[in-house]
Design a protein around this ligand. Structure first.
Ligand code: PMP
Length: 362
């Protein structure tokens, strides 16, 4: 069994069963006599692996026909440039909702290629909320509207999918809550996610893109950045991240065994509920500035009243088998990332530790 409960924001905990299966197949995948790492990406074994991974992902997310699934590289960060380079399609402006660190990076990169209209921002109150949708200032001529469904560092999550207006497609950076709750894919033009939270190892970026958005890239785009090129080649234009795709496929199978996205979403609600309950009932020993409807179910960000206890909290937690709880340097404090693969036992163990710690030092 795992030695610790790992609350890292990413690369993050993977299901134990997936790691055990990968271990058992490491040297010899299904009698092929080869490790997946050694296989040609165009051989029949790997073709089966990538085909099954896509098939299972489509089933899990109920991806409608008319959408392509792409397995790319370069992280979610490369999408900050690839999205405008591919989707402007002759337009010159983009709507972006600013909810924190990752939206800001998307804005910064998009500005290199387009005018950015910040349709809404919660910076005025330290990114503690999602601005009411009716107050957004949308541009009806925007090429698309980009938002970040879950701000991994800030711990702020959209409780809903924004509406599409004026036919402007929605583009979502879903890196840190992909597959964590049910969504209606047909409401999106494009969804992208770096793999290293809810999908698998880093090195893989998964895209789900509506086919009518392909083929709009600007003419001087580098070949490797062109969605159409990757779509036409079924993610095999060049050598894809074969081993991460294989592990992602195992994670998708595991997720199906957990009752699919619906099943895991219920557990995710329960896990987050346990943590926020302890924070809210600690008489201020722990606190979070995120307003209740927008608190992330994936990254629970909180502070200790007395910052001088941070180091000892982290040391004691580690002694209790609770690892990687330190908050991002940009916000400080603590962050418990409780992605799909974090078992409820891990959260219960953290909750017990937090209560004991508060009793001892409060
Ligand atoms: N967007 C979000 C919401 C993220 O959490 C991250 C990574 N933590 C990124 C983008 C950047 O991802 P990558 O490191 O894969 O480029």
């Amino acid at each position: 069994m795992a030695k610790v409960y790992n609350f890292s924001a990413g690369p993050a905990v993977l299901p134990h069963a997936v790691l055990a299966e990968a271990q058992s197949e490491l040297l010899d995948w299904h009698g092929s006599g080869m490790s997946v790492m050694e296989m040609s990406h165009r051989g029949k074994e790997f073709m089966e692996i990538i085909h099954d991974a896509e098939h299972d992902l489509r089933e899990l997310m109920r991806i409608p026909s008319g959408y392509k699934v792409l397995f790319l590289q370069g992280g979610a960060s490369l999408q900050f440039a690839m999205v405008p380079l591919n989707l402007l399609g002759g337009k010159d402006s983009v709507d972006i909702v600013n909810t924190g660190h990752w939206s800001k990076l998307a804005i910064k990169e998009t500005k290199r290629y387009a005018k950015v209209n910040v349709a809404a921002s919660s910076e005025d109150r330290n990114f503690s909320y999602i601005p009411e949708e009716s107050s957004w200032q949308r541009d009806p001529n925007a090429a698309y509207l980009h938002y970040t469904s879950n701000e991994t560092i800030g711990g702020l999550q959209f409780p809903y999918v924004p509406s599409e207006q004026h036919g402007v497609p929605l583009v979502c950076d879903m890196s840190s809550d992909f597959l964590s709750r049910e969504i209606d894919v047909s409401r999106f033009g494009m969804i992208y996610a770096g793999a290293q939270k809810n999908i698998g190892p880093s090195g893989l970026t998964v895209l789900v893109i509506r086919e009518d958005l392909l083929g709009k890239a600007r003419a001087d785009i580098p070949t490797m950045l062109n969605y159409q090129v990757h779509a036409d080649a079924d993610s095999m234009y060049n050598t894809p991240a074969t081993y991460p795709i294989y592990i992602a496929g195992l994670v998708f199978k595991w997720l199906k065994e957990q009752g699919g996205v619906k099943g895991i979403a219920t557990r995710n609600e329960e896990k987050a509920g346990l943590l926020y309950h302890v924070i809210d009932n600690s008489q201020g020993f722990y606190s979070t500035h995120i307003e209740p409807p927008f608190r992330s179910k994936m990254n629970v960000v909180f502070k200790l009243k007395d910052e001088s206890l941070d180091e000892i909290f982290l040391l004691e937690a580690r002694k209790n088998g609770l690892a990687q709880l330190k908050g991002h340097r940009a916000v400080g404090g603590m962050r418990a990332s409780i992605y799909n693969a974090m078992p409820i036992e891990g959260v219960k163990s953290l909750v017990n530790f937090m209560q004991d710690f508060a009793r001892q030092y409060g």
